[in-house]
Ligand binder design. Sequence first.
Ligand SMILES: [Zn+2]
Length: 158
Amino acid sequence: MKKFKQVLSQIMIIICLSSFITPEAAEFTNLPIVVTVQAAYNKATIYDVQEALNNAGYDCGTPDGVVGKNTKTSIRKYQKDNDLKVTGTINKTLLKMLGITVTKSSSSNSTKTEATVYITRTGSKYHRSGCRYLRQSKISISLTEAKKNYDPCSVCRP
Ligand SMILES: [Zn+2]
């Protein structure tokens, strides 16, 4: 019985040590984790949220598809004013309230057989992901749909 207690205390020490190590290890990986969480919604969706918030009178600056400080503040204000849970981040409830339909990101949609290309708010060309013309705005669209209304970009040749 004495030996059992000894083993038990050793296990406890290991558990205690590992719980001390974990937060330290998490600190090193902190940055990529934050990025992953926010990447749950793609740029087109974030863009729509920013535009909708601006229209509703919650100024987040010029929509850029990136959740920055202004956007977070606006989301918080909007959530507070509308009796939503104040998170400062985009979630399903917020999107529903703003009347936004989520454009599925190509990575999370494995059943899709169609290729996705991107258009901009103002341009008449469609682009491949990562094209320099997509820096201002990036809206995902199916290739079939893009071919109907847009011309291929001469730089990235989608
Ligand atoms: Zn292009």
